[in-house]
Design a protein around this ligand. Structure first.
Ligand code: NIG
Ligand code: FE
Length: 428
């Protein structure tokens, strides 16, 4: 006799985790970037239930329909909060040992980012700290930073090297990322950024540093499988278009995906190069040209914007977020977490600033901070949205609906975090 005949009801399916009693579930849908008007289209389920088995989502729907059909070995009461996908931070520099609060203060007194860098501060000051630190120390620092990311609901973090700036120190940073990745509850996407700046010992002979990247760093990074992506800071104070192209073409030959810091401080034409090379992402874009916008749209390169950086650097020029979206460019938003230009690990805060500075709706911010960011990291088919079959990376917001994500400034709205189907944080 089946359980239906015995009881007149279907026996509930036992799964590893059921999330009940949420007020709302909000998510973008699909495996590819949301463009134009579609960036604002969410699936919103009032009074939802979400069932997870192992690492995957197995059911989403109204609780009144699914409530009796699932029982969790762990049951999570969302207490009228809102369920959204785990945030994907597609641009961070989290491997460093020292901070730069003095530079922050210098900027409040009028100094510019470029002036501070020219005076020996900036990236090079962080490089001094990284070179003096052991791999173990860097791992400890990185783990501490990642704990703050998870607290704010981030479940996937792109992590760049770029403060070592020598063969050994860049490898040390990437090995620290690999070691932490192996034991982390988060998904880390490692990026090699040897072309972040010219170290002091190569300032008089810059071509020698580019050769070290091409002939020593990149082959070793690829051989040891230490990075998914190669990034370059393409800028007047950093790497020229020509050198950026050589480095990225070599990286591509070695099997790495490409990311770029472009048009951040000056309109150099980096977006056009990112489009030509078919990069996974073109990041920053404060000074992107009309042609650059058009090339990004045609090529499908994801524009990863960093809305808090100009604020942190006291720069008046911001990325044309609204214009990029309306032009049909795939837009993602990120923290750019680093000690110099944005010491902020919170994607909810980034969403608020993107809403205020770029005139984005809460729905647009949510899609840009999850699915579109996941697509820029080649993970759009696995994660970035709440759908059956996707990885169970879920955030419970202490908020009655998804619009609170951008509306509430300065408070961490994250109540609980599920990463790969496991409850990894829970408050209250
Ligand atoms: O993305 N633009 C270059 N790199 C970082 C800043 C790094 C630093 O100042 O330490 C950025 O803003
Ligand atoms: Fe950056």
């Amino acid at each position: 006799m089946s359980s239906v005949e015995r009881t007149g009801r279907v026996a509930p399916r036992e799964v590893s985790l059921v999330i009940r009693n949420a007020a709302e579930l909000a998510t973008p849908l699909g495996n590819s970037p949301r463009l134009g008007a579609a960036l604002a289209q969410l699936r919103v389920v009032p009074d939802p239930l979400l069932a997870i088995d192992g690492e995957q989502i197995v059911a989403i729907g109204p609780q009144r329909e699914l409530g009796e059909r699932f029982v969790g070995r762990l049951e999570l009461d969302a207490r009228r909060g809102t369920l959204v996908p785990g945030f994907v931070d597609a641009h961070t520099h989290p491997v460093f040992a020292t901070t730069r609060e003095d530079e922050f203060e210098l900027r409040t007194r009028g100094a510019s980012y470029a002036e501070i860098a020219a005076a020996g501060g900036g990236i090079l000051s962080t490089t001094r700290g990284v070179r003096a630190a052991s791999q173990t120390e860097l791992e400890e620092r990185l783990s501490a930073h990642l704990a703050r990311f998870v607290e704010h609901g981030t479940t996937t973090v792109e992590a760049k090297s770029g403060y070592g700036l020598s063969v050994d120190d860049e490898l040390k940073c990437l090995r620290a990322i690999a070691a932490v990745r192996a034991r982390s509850e988060l998904d880390l996407a490692p990026t090699f950024l040897g072309a972040h700046d010219y170290p002091l010992e190569h300032r008089a002979d810059k071509p020698a540093y580019v050769r070290a990247i091409l002939d020593e760093m990149l082959p070793r990074v690829a051989a040891e499988g230490l990075a998914e992506y190669c990034d370059v800071f393409t800028e007047t104070i950093a790497f020229s278009l020509e050198d950026s192209r050589r480095i990225l073409e070599r990286a591509r030959e070695l099997g790495l995906g490409l990311r770029m810091h472009v048009d951040q401080l000056t309109p150099l034409g980096g977006a056009e190069l990112a489009a030509e090379l078919g990069a996974a992402s073109a990041d920053h874009l404060e000074h992107v040209s009309e042609r650059g916008i058009e090339r990004l749209r045609e090529s499908g390169v994801v524009a990863v914007l960093c809305p808090v950086v100009p604020l942190f650097l006291r720069q008046t020029v911001e990325a044309p977020g609204r214009k990029l979206i309306d032009a049909g460019v795939a837009v993602a938003i990120s923290t750019d977490f680093n000690p110099g230009s944005c010491y902020l690990p919170s994607m909810p805060e980034v969403c608020s600033w993107a809403a205020l500075r770029y005139r984005m709706s809460a729905a647009e911010c949510l899609s840009a901070a999850t699915l579109n960011a996941a697509c820029s990291l080649g993970r759009g088919a696995e994660l970035g949205s709440l759908e059956v079959g996707k990885r169970a990376d879920v955030v419970v917001l202490d908020a009655p609906n998804h619009k609170h994500l951008v509306y509430e400034l300065g408070r961490n709205p994250v109540r609980a975090v599920v990463a790969r189907g496991r409850l990894v944080r829970s408050r209250g």
